[in-house]
Design a protein around this ligand. Sequence first.
Ligand SMILES: Cc1cc2nc3c(=O)[nH]c(=O)nc-3n(C[C@H](O)[C@H](O)[C@H](O)COP(=O)(O)O)c2cc1C
Length: 224
Amino acid sequence: MGNQQEESNGKTLIETLTKRFTCKRYDPEGGVSDEDFATILEAAHLSPSSFGFEPWKLLVIERPGLVDEIREQAWGAKRNADRTVVILARRDVTAESAWVHHIAHDVQGLSEADEQARRETFAKFQRDDLHVLDNERTLFDWAGKQTYIALANMLTAAALLGVDATPVEGYNRDGLEKLLAGHGLYNKDDWGISVLVQFGVHDATHRPVVKTRRPIEEVVEWVR
Ligand SMILES: Cc1cc2nc3c(=O)[nH]c(=O)nc-3n(C[C@H](O)[C@H](O)[C@H](O)COP(=O)(O)O)c2cc1C
């Protein structure tokens, strides 16, 4: 049983998720504060990841003209959003990688012995359990799946703050990678594009798409 505060949090959350919608047209006047955007970024930063390996990086695009170039490769992205974020997924998160060493050593502060044990467990998990090591694509998509957790937390944070948002999978991967890596924004061997997300203020003259969901009985099956 939750206390009163928790019950009220639950109500707020469901009301917020019911109200939120994917913004299809932004008000050019915008108005997302730096503080709200910092909160949204922090929601991504605090997101959980498999083994805590954080296989993501967020490119916040502020360079003049670059969002327009991105939109040429990303048909799902909108004009006039206040912020456009490209979420990258790490390509090489394997037990022997420098990335895993960086996280285990620098971030998690594991001893050499604990890091070694972690690497062994992780190698087995990736190889034998989830078959993540089948090919480069399975490895990249495993990292990409986790970036969607950060994406979801950003969307929920935005909704709680009254900030409108658009998740964007509508992009041409080859074209966008060529553009962004070409601008020197990341190393293609280390990172790939996973998904984009935009934030701003919905254009009040544009009616949002009617929200539809399957009935919850169709979504949830209780196994008893
Ligand atoms: C991973 C993902 C990618 C999406 N890509 C796009 C996109 O490129 N452009 C767009 O306008 N909407 C995009 N959407 C929005 C979905 O169409 C929308 O979430 C869905 O229709 C449900 O509507 P709602 O978000 O308004 O509740 C995307 C949503 C998700 C979760």
